[in-house]
Design a protein around this ligand. Structure first.
Ligand code: GLC
Length: 821
């Protein structure tokens, strides 16, 4: 516990006050095939253009910037070869593609433009000792997004962060400059446009937007900096280009989108099986149960405790029959224990991290003194990956990577010694230089190992630590939060910024990890979790249990309803995951992504969009049943009551404990299913497509159109990568007295979509009373429709039109519905 002594005048540490000087003046420049290098008196920088939108600027004090190798964050890029350098009196002007880079010969600072209109910033480099600083201009009106997993609000302007992966059990408060992940992506955004700045630097780095209103500073400690300027037209463009550089996730197995239950720890096999039976008996949908560190024999990774888990195979099979999977935790620390094969093998094959003199690095984690695989080495990753045969042979396809910052209990810095030298495939670097990428490389090893072993089945990896590009290997959960209302609120901005930073698949411990949840908190957090990409309830040892049934019937009932709603939304959600896998656009979106011109969305930290059609505004205060919700332009409907709202202003939304403020946009097409206890398969035989029309009031006679692309595949294999998936395009148009709904397959594979299915359209807010539907007959009630294969029914009070059409999947089987009033 710290006391006010911390701020005693004599204790206050001296800030780094040494003077900084520029790298210039220029001493020469060289154009090489793919780029340009400019040398200054104190440093040098190299430029490459990687695509029409992306410019790379590597800068170094001592090293040769032209030789700087991008880290594993980057998918290998091919630089473009069209360069033209013009030497003016005070400037060197480099033209490449649409970029125009003016480099000041005195200081080596650069100014980047495209045409005369698009300003992509000024970057001035300076140094002090081995600190290398890049100062960029902050436009007055710009908001800053990105930066991955950070505390604070959506707009990062005014904050300061240190990129240094850290295991932080202390409460995550705004003072925490570092958490478990480091994603050095800053997105500048204003109504005029967006600009991304990605700094590929896995060593310690600070990003300071606090010191000044006019500029921000990025500073590395080792005299090197590798910048990527991403000139997106708008936010979408930046996120798409950034994920073009650092990659996108593969389609996760569908089961990993279901509800997941965890606890530190479910202590033994019987407890796990009882838990599973309770879920099924209580009919609370669930897809996975997590095994925390107690499943292991003395915390030895790749083992089961023979006493507490005597028959893991049997347990896993029994769970599988119930439609449940196991996700065990795997930490990087390998217990030093003679006779422990993994330790002995790793030692013999020199897989563990060591100092320059060859001495092993030893740190204490759960198993006591441990050694750590050097994941920077490809051969070590392959070794580690192959060890997962142990889990795969038990029927496991999902792994939870934790403690991979790496966290080290007995180290003064709480992590690996910075002097450790990583092999790095023949290019040795210190741990200090590579710290932030260590955890991601562990996930790479895990993911690639699982993918090889699973022979066509999809793997799932969850991680705590990560670096830019982590989305290629793992979903991210945000570490040891607490059962605080503030932490529930905090995840919204954190999740949205993770999404803008390429990590579409993320979530927080629902209910909170440390501290003790209350029933009300669990309800509200489960309501939020139902709409977050990753949805797992997890809690710490010695805290109050927080399974959905712990707090009595009312809490259980509400949690069940929201977990069921999550499962109903899977067809909609899965298509959003497909979109994220294709384009990098997040699942959980800040409003600014869809309404980039609307300044009122720039710091909207406590509500978000699921895709672009549903707006979620969780209640995150105890006792609260109301909250303010900002609805952006357009017409919105309350999901529960159908009440109509004109967007462009805030409203007071009411939500008793059993509701979450949830809005759907007029024009939305939301495919849903129902009645699942687990995800089963991803071709939903019963689909209810909800369409939100113009409503009976206030429309101006214009035509309303909406569409959605429903993506489907088998949900479990990698056959989708070779075309075994289907995309059903659903669109509608509503004008005065006429509604037309069309479905057609854009892509279909018989193996996926060749089955019979039931398709029910529910049209909410129809602007007219339907009289006739071509080729279909009206039935007297909804129950009649349920037992028939085709027909329609209109609920006059609720203004819902239900239409059932015979439907066989396959490209020749699109349907067309014409409704006349
Ligand atoms: C770390 C993880 C937490 C886990 C615990 C025990 O604190 O963040 O989720 O339960 O270790 O493995």
């Amino acid at each position: 516990m710290h006391t006010s002594e911390e701020i005693h005048p004599d204790q206050v540490g001296a800030e780094h006050t040494q003077a900084y000087r520029s790298l210039g003046p220029v001493t020469g420049s060289i154009s090489h095939e793919a780029g340009v290098t400019v040398h200054g008196e104190a440093g040098n920088l190299s430029l490459w253009r990687l695509s029409p939108q992306v410019l790379r600027i590597a800068c170094a004090l001592q090293a040769d910037s032209a030789q700087m190798v991008p880290t594993e964050a980057l998918i290998p890029q091919q630089p473009q070869e069209d360069w033209e350098v013009t030497d003016y009196q005070s400037k060197l002007v480099v033209r490449t593609g649409a970029f125009h880079v003016a480099l000041d010969k005195e200081t080596l600072s650069v100014q980047i433009r495209q045409g005369s209109e698009q300003d992509y910033g000024e970057y001035s480099f300076s140094f002090s000792g081995s600190r290398l600083r890049c100062r960029g201009k902050l436009k007055e009106e710009a908001a800053i997004f990105g930066l991955g997993e950070t505390t604070g609000y959506l707009n990062k302007r005014g904050d300061r962060y240190t990129m240094w992966n850290s295991d932080v059990l202390d409460p995550h408060v705004p003072d925490m400059e570092s958490l478990y992940q480091s994603i050095p992506l800053l997105i500048h955004h204003s109504a005029e446009g967006s600009l991304g700045l990605f700094i590929d630097h896995p060593g310690r780095m600070t990003i300071d937007m606090r010191e000044s209103n006019d500029y921000y500073d990025v500073e590395t400690m080792n005299g090197e900096m590798d910048l990527y300027i991403i000139a997106g037209k708008d936010l979408r463009g930046v996120v798409t280009s950034y994920t073009g550089l650092t990659g996108r996730m593969q389609m996760p197995p569908l089961w990993s989108l279901g509800y997941q239950q965890s606890r530190f720890s479910y202590m033994n096999q019987e407890e796990v099986l009882d838990l599973a039976r309770t879920f099924r008996a209580k009919q609370i949908p669930c897809d996975a149960i997590y095994l925390d560190i107690h499943y292991m024999d003395h915390y030895k990774v790749f083992s089961f405790d023979p006493v507490q888990f005597p028959d893991p195979q049997g347990m896993i099979e029994e769970l599988k029959e119930m439609g449940l999977r196991i996700v065990p935790i795997v930490d990087p620390g390998v217990k030093m224990d003679e006779g422990y094969t993994i330790y002995e093998e790793g030692l013999a094959e020199r897989h563990f991290c060591k100092f320059a003199d060859g001495e092993a690095y030893i740190g204490n984690v759960w198993p006591g003194p441990s050694v750590f695989p050097d994941f920077t080495e490809k051969r070590t990753r392959e070794w580690w990956g192959a060890l997962h045969r142990f889990y795969v042979e038990h029927g496991i396809s999902g792994i939870w990577n934790d403690m991979n910052e790496p966290s080290v209990f007995n180290s003064p810095t709480k992590t690996m010694d910075e002097e450790v030298v990583h092999g790095n495939n023949g290019q040795p670097r210190t741990h200090g230089d590579l710290h932030n990428i260590y955890g991601m490389l562990m996930c790479k090893a895990t993911k690639e190992g699982l993918d090889t072993l699973l022979e066509g089945e999809r793997s799932f990896v969850l991680t705590r630590a990560g670096y830019a590009g982590i989305q290629r290997y793992a979903a991210v959960w945000t570490g040891d939060n607490r059962s605080y209302w503030q932490h529930m609120e905090m995840f919204m901005a954190m999740g949205m910024n993770l999404g803008l930073s390429g990590v579409a698949f993320c979530g927080a411990d629902v209910g909170g990890f440390m501290h003790h949840a209350s029933g009300e908190l669990l309800v509200r957090w489960t309501q939020l979790g139902a709409f977050t990409p990753f949805f797992r309830n997890h809690s710490a040892i010695e805290t109050r249990q927080q399974e959905p049934w712990t707090f009595g019937e009312q809490v259980e009932e509400i949690c069940r309803t929201f977990i069921e709603l999550r499962y109903s939304l899977l067809p909609y959600l899965y298509s959003l995951f497909h979109e994220a896998a294709q384009t990098g656009l997040p699942v959980m979106r800040p409003l600014v992504l869809e309404y980039p011109q609307d300044e009122r969305t720039f710091n909207l930290s406590d509500q978000f969009l699921l895709g672009n059609q549903m707006l979620v505004a969780p209640i995150y205060r105890p006792g609260a049943e109301h909250r303010s919700v900002y609805l952006p332009e357009g017409v919105w409907y309350d999901y529960w009551t159908g009440s109509r709202y004109e967007g462009g202003r805030p409203y007071l939304a009411r939500a008793g404990l059993d509701r979450i403020p949830l809005f759907v946009k007029s024009g939305a097409v939301i495919p849903m299913t129902s009645g699942l206890q687990h995800t089963g398969e991803a071709v939903w035989s019963k689909l209810n497509v909800h369409i939100y029309g113009r409503g009976t009031e206030g429309h101006d006679g214009q035509v309303l159109a909406g569409e959605y692309m429903l993506y489907e595949d088998d949900g479990i294999s990698r056959a989708y990568q070779t075309g075994e998936f289907s995309c059903l395009h659903i669109s509608f148009e509503e004008a005065d007295g006429v509604l037309e709904v069309n479905t057609s397959y854009n892509h279909t594979d018989e193996a996926v979509a060749g089955n019979e299915r039931e398709l029910l359209f529910t049209i909410h807010q129809l602007s007219f009373v339907p009289v006739r539907i071509v080729g279909l007959s009206e039935v007297p009630s909804l129950p009649h429709l349920e037992v028939q294969t085709a027909g329609w029914y209109y609920d006059r009070q609720g203004h819902h039109l239900s239409v059932k059409v015979p439907f066989r999947a396959g490209h020749e089987h699109g349907v067309k519905i014409s409704v006349n009033g």
